[in-house]
Design a binder for this molecule. Structure first.
Ligand SMILES: Cc1cc2nc3c(=O)[nH]c(=O)nc-3n(C[C@H](O)[C@H](O)[C@H](O)COP(=O)(O)OP(=O)(O)OC[C@H]3O[C@@H](n4cnc5c(N)ncnc54)[C@H](O)[C@@H]3O)c2cc1C
Length: 264
């Protein structure tokens, strides 16, 4: 099986801090790591390779330092890695990101299965996996908690509200995986040594024959107008009970207040 795993490098914190003035992410002093949910995608690919044979290619779009995430993927057990890095990719929204990855994945054909994390901890849209599937015209299973190969077909078990749904998908196809699918392994010393020596492939816009009107900020149909944390304020009203006699009065007052607010 040839497996492709798109991975994203993200800041090492789920509590992403934003500059209230500029609306951009404050990255200073924050270490970068592989998107935690992508570790589950890598682990899933490694287990499929262990069971059915084949190879795994990790691919990431990002700045040069995203190499570190790809090296970690190699150290965990991926066979090859491609970094998509080009000034022209900067400022991409989820469409432009999906398009860029889809163009690179076309170049990595043929493949059997593309495994994405459910979502990235920074952008948090969960749009990129489905975006790639749509652009490549491939079948998709999201929220996948188990994958098996049965009679040459991918059997994906999806987490749905109150239960599971099992889908059969012809190859090639795309799945996005949830934490329940596996426990990611740690990189081995041998893996780390292999990753250190390995020359990663670096592709720019020309290498993937990208239409420049679909990449980076220019190719992004959405714009971030403002990013802010909503302020939660509560009006609040304190109904005091001074003595036993005023208790019933307080209860009546609360009931009428709740009725007024249409709560009861
Ligand atoms: C107008 C606009 C401008 C933006 N400008 C910038 C910017 O200048 N710099 C910036 O860093 N971000 C920018 N972003 C954010 C950027 O679009 C998202 O980080 C990116 O599209 C991925 O979306 P997400 O984080 O929600 O990933 P999700 O859709 O939540 O990720 C799901 C899965 O898709 C895969 N995936 C996602 N992103 C990548 C990737 N880059 N490489 C490989 N696999 C991936 C992973 O498997 C991941 O688990 C911008 C967004 C908008 C809307």
């Amino acid at each position: 099986m040839r497996l492709i795993v798109p991975i994203k490098q993200v800041p090492e914190t789920s509590n992403v801090k934003m500059d209230p003035e500029t609306g951009t992410m404050l990255r200073e002093g924050v270490e970068s790591i592989i998107n935690p949910l992508d570790l589950y995608a890598i682990e899933t690919a490694i287990r499929l390779k262990e069971n059915y044979g084949g190879e795994i290619v990790a691919v990431s779009m990002g700045p040069i330092n995203s190499k570190e995430a790809l090296k970690e993927a190699i150290a965990m057990g991926c066979d090859d890695a491609v970094l998509l890095s080009d000034k022209l990719f900067a400022g991409a929204d989820t469409f432009a990101t999906s398009y860029t990855l889809a163009k690179a994945i076309e170049r990595l054909k043929p493949f059997d299965l593309l495994i994405c994390g459910e979502r990235a901890t920074d952008g948090d849209t969960a749009q990129v996996g489905p975006g790639i599937a749509a652009l490549l015209g491939l079948p998709l299973a999201t929220f996948t908690s188990n994958i098996e190969l049965e009679d040459g077909v991918i059997k994906a078990t999806r987490l749905i509200e109150g239960g599971y749904e099992v889908l059969s998908l012809p190859r090639p196809c795309v799945v996005t995986v949830v934490k329940e699918i596996s426990d990611p392994r740690l990189p081995t010393l041998r893996g780390k040594q292999r990753a250190k020596k390995m020359e990663l492939k670096m592709w720019g816009a020309q290498d993937i024959e990208a239409d420049t009107s679909n990449i980076g900020l220019n190719g992004s149909p959405t714009r971030v107008i403002k990013i802010f944390t909503p302020k939660v304020t509560r009006e609040g009203k304190i109904v005091e009970v001074k003595d036993e006699r005023s208790l019933q009065q307080a209860v009546d007052e609360i009931i009428s207040l709740l009725k007024e607010k249409l709560v009861i």
